[in-house]
Design a protein around this ligand. Structure first.
Ligand SMILES: Nc1ncnc2c1ncn2[C@@H]1O[C@H](COP(=O)(O)OP(=O)(O)OP(=O)(O)O)[C@@H](O)[C@H]1O
Ligand SMILES: [Mg+2]
Length: 216
């Protein structure tokens, strides 16, 4: 059975491609995985995949792109043999963001450690509410560039709780140079020599798998 994980956020630069590429790269080690980049012409995930493929490291991961709702639905339908599909969504409230929400078994919403990203996430709540009329939406926020034990982290956690009331994943991705390096090198952070980052992505995969299992 194909499980679809959507990664959406209306604020650019929040970490959608970082979450998508790390998740897709690691999920491909346990099953056939398709990473669909819905953020063209930028195409960060598609570029990451091209570097990975050229280095002979694609393994069971394939990549595709979609520029419209119709195209995305068609590509998802054509991927029935995949175990996982990861959708890297666009940075705006667009048709493709709505489509991702509706198609996905779970949606991850990366929130970088700034109040601006928490406010922007508020706009997604309306989308979730709208999409909930069509089907039950399973969405979780995930902290990225997180710096635990800082005053900022604490106040942002409180702000997120008060403003959003959206459940967060237990996993958060810390502010680490490895995430930047891995993106440019077509790798996941688990493939770099950074044990802390590796643990984060391992936790992420584990938590996503648990959520998918709980849903089935
Ligand atoms: N946890 C992190 N630690 C350090 N840098 C990070 C982290 N997450 C993301 N970045 C960096 O922040 C930048 C933006 O991240 P990313 O491309 O994943 O975001 P995005 O939401 O996909 O952005 P865009 O709107 O450009 O598509 C990238 O340079 C990325 O390497
Ligand atoms: Mg991106």
């Amino acid at each position: 059975m194909t499980r679809i994980i959507g990664v959406i956020q209306v604020k650019g630069g929040a970490g959608r491609s970082t979450v998508s590429t790390n998740l897709a790269g690691e999920l491909s080690k346990i099953g056939k995985t398709i990473l669909i980049d819905c953020d063209l012409p930028q195409g960060t995930s598609a570029s990451w995949y091209a570097v990975r493929h050229q280095a002979g490291k694609a393994g069971a991961l394939v990549s595709d792109t979609a520029t419209s709702y119709r195209e995305l639905v068609t590509k998802v339908e054509q991927s029935a043999d995949a175990d996982y599909i990861v959708l890297d969504g666009p940075p705006r409230i667009a048709e493709l963001t709505r489509a991702t929400l509706v198609l996905a078994d779970i949606c991850l919403i990366p929130v970088g450690a700034s109040a601006a990203e928490i406010w922007a996430t508020g706009d997604i709540l309306e989308l979730i509410e709208e999409a909930s009329k069509v089907k039950q939406i399973n969405a979780r926020m995930i902290w990225t560039r997180y710096r635990p034990q800082t005053r900022l982290a604490q106040s942002l956690t409180e702000l997120a709780k008060a403003e959003l009331g959206l459940k967060a994943l237990g996993t958060s991705l810390g502010m680490r140079v490895s995430y930047m390096e891995a993106l440019g090198e077509g790798l996941t952070v688990a493939e770099l020599a950074d044990p802390s980052a590796r643990l984060e992505v391992e936790f992420l995969v584990k938590e996503v798998k648990q959520l998918l299992k709980a849903k089935s």
